[in-house]
Design a protein around this ligand. Sequence first.
Ligand SMILES: NC(=O)c1ccc[n+]([C@@H]2O[C@H](COP(=O)([O-])OP(=O)(O)OC[C@H]3O[C@@H](n4cnc5c(N)ncnc54)[C@H](O)[C@@H]3O)[C@@H](O)[C@H]2O)c1
Length: 264
Amino acid sequence: MSDMRIAVIGAGVMGSGIAQTTATYGYRTHCYDLSEDQIRAARELVVNGRYGLDRAVERNKISPEWARAAQERLSFGTDLAEALDSADLVIEAIPEDLGLKTRMFRRLDEMAPPEAILTSNTSGHPICALAGATTRPEKVMGWHWSSPPPVMPLAELVVTPQTSQATVDAVVQVATACGKNPVVVKENPFVWGFVGNRLLTAMVREAQRVVDEGLASKEQVDQIVVDGYRWPVGPFAMMEGASSGWGEKRSPSTAPEGAPWKRG
Ligand SMILES: NC(=O)c1ccc[n+]([C@@H]2O[C@H](COP(=O)([O-])OP(=O)(O)OC[C@H]3O[C@@H](n4cnc5c(N)ncnc54)[C@H](O)[C@@H]3O)[C@@H](O)[C@H]2O)c1
């Protein structure tokens, strides 16, 4: 088990899954949200959710002992100071609102230990704007998790010109230790979205245009992409599946040695 302490800010769909993941892979994790109701909902997701620990045990992905240990490493609360106390790495996962996130980064900077790294799971707001709200821009970067966090292997790590190499190295190390495959990319602060979302948006937009122009049906578009380009699913099946959670089936066979979450 690592000595590093992780604070996850926001215990919604992503935050609860992120906290579950870091706790499963050995990190003492504290997950903060605004209300007891939200904390109750997050606990329920972590234990009984579709991608939760009980389900992982049932499906023989982790042992009951691992699940119990993960729960022991994971705490929840509504006190931000408690969440940040001795945190080494902060992962922010509050709603996708730049003003809200900027204000949160200002508070994180004031309250977290000076050496703590601050990351955001924003889907596309500029990381440099969040870094600019702090006095430690070299310790700020994006960690864009894919959904659902316990399952999807990508860690899209987003750096600004000010992010230090030591910060990148530390986050790459944690992501790898959490069974993820990190990809470090830069951001264009004038365009919404990082690499993954920009590619996805372009593909989905073009697929819809092809259908709107009456050139092909949704099923035909999907078939062309799958049969012609070896994509696992087409854009329409993907959008359908994203709302019903097919990501579970697509985990790779690249988990590090000894990782509790068995792939495949
Ligand atoms: N849902 C996805 O598929 C997905 C994927 C990648 C990234 N993201 C990003 O992750 C972030 C969170 O998304 P989500 O889907 O988990 O949202 P969500 O609405 O499920 O969760 C947000 C949580 O933040 C809490 N919150 C709101 N204000 C807060 C504050 N000031 N302090 C602490 N907690 C606060 C809310 O109570 C809620 O529990 C967003 O930036 C989103 O764009 C989402």
